[in-house]
Design a binder for this molecule. Sequence first.
Ligand SMILES: Cc1cc2nc3c(=O)[nH]c(=O)nc-3n(C[C@H](O)[C@H](O)[C@H](O)COP(=O)(O)O)c2cc1C
Length: 286
Amino acid sequence: MPTALDNAIEIIRLRQSVRTYDPARPVGKKERDRLEACMQENRAGPLGHTVRFKLLDLGEVSREELRQLGTYGVIRGASLYLLGAAPDREGAMEDLGFCLERILLEATALGLGSCWLAGTFRRASFARQMGLTEGELLPAISPLGYAAPRQRLMEKLMQRGARCRQRKPWRELFFTADGRTPLSPEEADSYRDALEAVRLGPSAFNCQPWRLVKDRDGQFHLFLQENRLFNRALGKVRVQNLDMGIAMCHFALVIRQQDITGRWKRKAGEREYPGWSYIASWQASC
Ligand SMILES: Cc1cc2nc3c(=O)[nH]c(=O)nc-3n(C[C@H](O)[C@H](O)[C@H](O)COP(=O)(O)O)c2cc1C
């Protein structure tokens, strides 16, 4: 079976949000087993928090419970959902974003569709299914399944509204040490594909709030250009911090294939840039 690690950048290119599923094609046992294994392997985020996942099969919940689970009509035809829980602590959103995206890329490699949902689902009902413990949040879920042969009109409209296929150009995302001069793909050198993988990532409402700076020592630092109103609209669930975790996941997966070892780390006293919040730095270990 293919895995997202075989060719990360291609899997990242392939992934796109699927909101209409084929109810006649349930996810098979082999695929579920692979997903379960991936859920176990990816519970530790780079910023030090442990997250938790559950595969929820709607065929196994009672009619009464089923009535309360919903996505406000956004998702159609899916009977399997991946639920992601994280502790209510600073940095845990990034860790959940990192680990959940890793599993969704595995799903892509298995030929399955998915769609990050942080807003359009009944959080309290799914949280009951997750069995949240004290101090835990359910920031996001995703349907998993085979895409229906045809999209619904609503899905097409949503994609157009969020300009889903479009991404900002390099010059708006990646910078040299002054935080203003754009970093060219040539200057990114062996990190070129890793940055491209960040650029292609999904983000809430396709805002693409990630900004990366290459400093004079060749180290990369990740920042969030926050839309405060949007990022705080869901209370403790910070969707744009989830986006940051997704960016870290894409970067780490692609760089690993190039035999560059390293890890993301939040460092104290990192340089500040106006309008950006510091998230983490990539520390290459060779
Ligand atoms: C953290 C996060 C939260 C999201 N929440 C929702 C949501 O609540 N409802 C929805 O329909 N799409 C949601 N999306 C999907 C984005 O709209 C989508 O990823 C983006 O428009 C890019 O499109 P693509 O995934 O097809 O590349 C979310 C994506 C992310 C990363």
